[in-house]
Design a protein around this ligand. Structure first.
Ligand code: DGJ
Length: 718
C-alpha cells in the first residue's frame, strides 16, 4: 500500500483532487503542543487519525477506516452517527457526501498559520472548506467551516452546520460544564460521560448564556486536575444559541460537535453565497487544566480581547448604590467620593435617559428613548463629564441599544420593530422587548444610539453595553416568511457588525460587555470589548466561585469585579475578592464612613501600585478549589516569575494548613508579605523569605480558618 505524508506547516500548496482508489495521504496540522492528524482515504474521504499530543506520531493504518471516523461526517449516505453537516440539495436529495479536493496552508501573521482543506460532494456542486487556524504562542487551534454551493434550481437548505467535529480517543471522558442561572453564573459541574449523546446548549438567541457558558473542559482518564493529566478546553466564538454535543460511540470514541444551535435555524443558502460557521477554539495540555487556562489567557490577550494591554481603569459605578434614582447633585457628590478613594472613572449606569411619562425611573420605562433626562440631569452629559474631569476622574455611560420598553416613544412609533411571533401576544422579559437587528432601519437606529451619545460628548470615555433579556419568540416582521429561520443567525452577525463599527469609530472608548450579568461572556463578542461583567452577584462569597469559573477561559484583565455591600460581608473580603479582577467599586460612597472610605482608598492604591499589572499580564494559578475545600486560593505570577500575588478566601470555617504555590522559579528566593491590611489590623502571615521550591512543594503556612477571613499576599523575588 502506498502512503504519503503532508505536513501542514509547509508552504502554501493546493493539491489536486484525489482520484478514487488513489493512495492514502496523511495530513498533519500542528499548533504548538496540539496536533490534528487527518487522512485522505482511498475512497477520497477525509478521516481523522488523531487529535491531541503533538509528539505522538500516528501511522497510516493499513485497513480501511470506518465511516464513524470521518472528520466532517455528513448526513444521508452511509454516516449513521451524529452528522456535522446536513443539507437538502436543490433537487430534494437529503444526502451529502464529502470528498477531499485539496488543501493550502498560509502563514497569515507571524506565529499564525491558516490551513484550508477543501471538500466537495462528487454528485453536487456543494462545497465545504474546513478551516484550521493555529496560534503558536498558545497552541490554540481555531476551527470553522465555510459552506457554499453552485447548484442550479434554487437554494440548498442547511439543517446542520457544525463549526468543528473532532474525535477524541480515551478510555474515560470527564466533562466539566460551567452552568448556572442569573447570579450563579459559571458554576462548575463535572461528570463522567457514558454511552450516547450529552448535549450542552443554549436556546436564548441573542446571548449565548444565562444558564451555561459556551465553553467546556474535557479530561481523559480521571476528573480534570489543575496540574496533571490530558485535558482539552473548548470554547465557541458565538454570542447566540449554541450546541455542544458529546457523542460516545460503541467503540468508545467521542465525537465533539460544536456550533450554532441548529434548532429553528435552518439556513436557505443561495447559489454562490457562503455560510461561515463561527469558530470553535481548542487548546490541549498533558499537564492539567491549569495549563489549558493559561493557554486560553495567553491567546486571548494577544488575539481576542480589545486592547488587552491597555490598563483597565478603576471604576466607581453607581448601579448598586442608586439604581435609577439619582440627580446631578447626587452624582457630582459621588464624583467627589471617586476622587477621594482614587477611582479613575465614574460609570453612570441605567436611568440617565427618557423624559416625561417615559422617564427611566424604573426598569419599566424609557428604553429606546436615548435623550438625556432633563429632570435628573438638566445640564447634560457634557456637564457631568466636565465635573468628573475637574476631579481628574473619567466618565462613562451605560447603554442597552438593542432593547425597547413598550412604555417608550420609540415603541409608539415603531411597534413593528420588535422580535415577536405574528398572531401571538408579545412576551416581555424584564418588562422589555428586543429590537429586530436584521432590519436595516434598526441597524441604523442602534448605531445612532451609540454615535449620538458618544459623538457630541467626547468626555464620555467608557461604555457599558448591556442586554437584559433573551429571545422567547423568534419571529421577524422584516425577514420573508421562508427565511424566518435566519433570524437568530442574522441577528448575531448584525450585532457583531454593530459592535465592530462602535469599536472602530471610538477606538479610545473603553467598553464593558454585560448581559444581565455574564450573559455574553464569549469570544465572539470579546474582540470588541475590554472587559465583561461576570454577574450581578457581587456578594464576595458568590463572586469567588463565579470568577473561578470564568477564569478557566478568560484572563483576570477581562473580569470586572466591584466592591459592593451585597451580602453585607466584611469590607476586607469584598475588597480582596475584587482585587483579583478588574477592580472597581459600586457602593454609595457618600454614605460610607470615613474609615470605610479610607479602607477603599487603600485597596485602590494597592491595586494600582502593586496588583493591576499582575492581574493584567500575570499567569493564573488556581491553588485551592472552593469546590472541594472550605476556602479558595489562587495567584497571578508575572511571566518572568519575579512577582506574584496570592489570594486566600475562607468560604466556610475550616482550614487548609498549607497552600502550595505554583508557577514560581524553584531556585529563586522569594519574600512573602501580607498586604491589603486595614488600619489596626496586624499581619497574620509572617513576612519571611522562602525558595520557590519550598513554596511550591511544602507550601505556605496558612493561619486562616474562620469563615469570611481573607488575605492578599505579595510574593517578590529577592
Ligand atoms: C443588569 C446589569 O448586570 C447591572 O449591572 C445593571 O447595569 C443593570 N442591568 C441596569 O439595568
Amino acid at each position: 500500500m502506498k502512503h504519503s505524508i503532508l505536513n501542514m506547516m509547509a508552504a502554501a500548496v493546493l493539491l489536486p483532487a484525489v482520484a478514487f482508489g488513489a493512495e492514502k495521504q496523511k495530513l498533519e496540522i500542528v499548533s504548538d503542543n496540539l496536533k490534528l492528524t487527518l487522512m485522505v482515504g482511498e475512497d477520497g474521504r477525509l478521516y481523522q487519525l488523531g487529535f491531541g499530543d503533538a509528539s505522538a506520531d500516528i501511522a497510516i493504518p493499513d485497513k480501511e477506516l470506518p465511516r464513524e471516523m470521518e472528520f466532517v461526517p455528513a448526513y444521508g449516505n452511509g454516516v449513521i452517527t451524529e452528522p456535522a453537516i446536513q443539507a437538502t440539495h436543490t433537487d430534494g436529495n437529503t444526502s451529502t457526501d464529502l470528498r477531499y479536493v485539496g488543501y493550502r496552508t498560509d502563514t497569515v501573521a507571524p506565529g499564525i498559520t491558516h490551513t484550508v482543506i477543501s471538500l466537495k460532494d462528487p454528485a453536487y456542486r456543494f462545497f465545504v472548506d474546513v478551516n484550521v487556524k493555529c496560534y503558536e504562542n498558545s497552541g490554540m487551534m481555531e476551527m470553522w467551516n465555510d459552506i457554499r454551493h453552485d447548484e442550479r434550481g434554487g437554494k440548498v437548505t442547511l439543517y446542520r452546520y457544525a463549526s468543528a467535529s473532532p474525535l477524541l480517543n480515551s478510555d474515560q471522558y470527564w466533562l466539566t460544564q460551567f452552568n448556572g442561572r442569573y447570579k450563579r453564573e459559571a458554576t462548575l459541574e463535572e461528570e463522567r460521560l457514558g454511552q450516547g449523546m450529552k448535549v450542552l446548549d443554549s436556546k436564548l438567541g441573542i446571548r449565548a448564556t444565562q444558564y451555561r457558558i459556551p465553553s467546556f473542559i474535557l479530561a481523559y482518564g480521571h476528573p480534570a486536575d489543575e496540574r496533571e493529566g490530558e485535558v482539552f478546553a473548548g470554547s465557541l466564538r458565538w454570542s447566540g444559541s449554541y450546541q455542544l454535543s458529546f457523542d460516545k460511540d460503541w467503540n468508545n470514541r467521542l465525537r465533539v460537535l460544536s456550533g450554532i444551535n441548529p434548532l429553528g435555524s435552518h439556513i436557505n443558502l443561495e447559489r454562490g453565497e457562503e455560510f461561515a460557521t463561527p469558530a470553535m477554539l481548542y487548546v490541549y495540555s498533558k499537564n492539567g487544566k491549569g495549563d489549558t487556562s493559561r493557554r486560553f489567557h495567553r491567546w486571548a490577550n494577544q488575539y481576542a480581547v480589545r486592547d488587552a494591554a491597555r490598563p483597565r481603569p478603576v471604576l466607581l459605578n453607581n448601579w448598586e448604590a442608586t439604581h435609577c434614582d439619582f440627580d446631578e447633585e447626587r452624582l457630582v457628590g459621588l464624583f467627589d467620593g471617586a476622587k477621594e478613594v482614587g477611582a479613575e472613572l465614574f460609570l453612570l449606569d441605567d436611568g440617565w435617559f427618557g423624559n416625561g411619562e417615559y422617564s427611566r425611573d424604573d426598569d419599566k420605562h424609557g428604553l429606546g428613548d436615548w435623550e438625556i433626562s432633563t429632570k435628573k440631569l438638566p445640564r447634560g452629559l457634557s456637564y457631568l463629564a466636565k465635573e468628573a474631569s475637574k476631579r481628574k476622574v473619567g466618565f462613562g455611560i451605560w447603554l442597552e441599544p438593542e432593547m425597547v420598553s413598550p412604555k417608550s416613544a420609540l415603541y409608539e412609533q415603531h411597534p413593528e420593530w420588535i422580535i415577536t411571533q405574528q398572531k401571538r401576544e408579545p412576551i416581555l422579559g424584564r418588562h422589555q422587548e428586543i429590537l429586530d437587528l436584521t432590519r436595516p432601519e434598526v441597524q441604523q437606529f442602534e448605531w445612532e444610539v451609540i454615535d449620538n451619545t458618544l459623538g457630541p460628548n467626547p468626555g464620555v470615555s467608557y461604555v457599558k453595553w448591556d442586554c437584559n433579556r433573551y429571545v422567547t419568540q423568534p419571529g421577524s416582521g422584516y425577514l420573508p416568511a421562508q427565511d424566518q429561520s435566519h433570524l437568530m443567525v442574522d441577528y448575531n452577525k448584525a450585532l457583531y457588525r454593530l459592535m465592530d463599527r462602535f469599536a472602530t469609530a471610538y477606538p479610545d472608548v473603553t467598553a464593558m460587555l454585560c448581559a444581565g450579568g455574564g450573559g455574553r461572556a464569549d469570544y465572539g463578542a470579546m474582540p470588541y470589548f475590554h472587559s465583561f461583567w461576570p454577574s450581578d452577584n457581587t456578594d464576595p462569597l458568590g463572586r469567588i466561585k463565579i470568577q473561578w469559573g470564568f477564569g478557566h477561559f478568560f484572563p483576570g484583565s477581562t473580569m470586572a469585579a466591584h466592591v459592593t455591600r451585597m451580602g453585607k460581608r466584611h469590607l476586607k473580603l469584598a475588597i480582596d475578592v475584587a482585587l483579583s479582577g478588574t477592580f472597581g467599586i459600586d457602593l454609595a460612597l457618600d454614605k460610607a464612613t470615613p474609615e470605610e472610605r479610607r479602607q477603599l482608598a487603600q485597596g485602590v492604591k494597592l491595586y494600582k501600585d502593586e496588583i493591576r499589572d499582575l492581574v493584567m499580564f500575570g499567569e493564573l494559578y488556581r491553588l485551592v478549589s472552593p469546590y472541594e475545600n472550605p476556602m479558595a486560593s489562587m495567584s497571578y505570577v508575572s511571566k518572568d516569575k519575579k512577582e506574584g500575588v496570592v489570594y486566600i478566601y475562607q468560604i466556610e470555617d475550616g482550614g487548609v494548613p498549607q497552600v502550595r504555590l505554583d508557577g514560581l522559579d524553584p531556585k529563586r528566593r522569594y519574600t512573602v508579605r501580607e498586604v491589603g491590611l486595614p488600619d489596626k489590623m496586624s499581619p497574620r502571615f509572617l513576612t519571611a523569605t522562602y525558595t520557590g521550591q519550598e513554596l511550591m512543594e511544602r507550601g505556605l503556612d496558612n493561619p486562616l480558618s474562620s469563615q469570611f477571613d481573607s488575605a492578599v499576599l505579595r510574593v517578590s523575588a529577592l
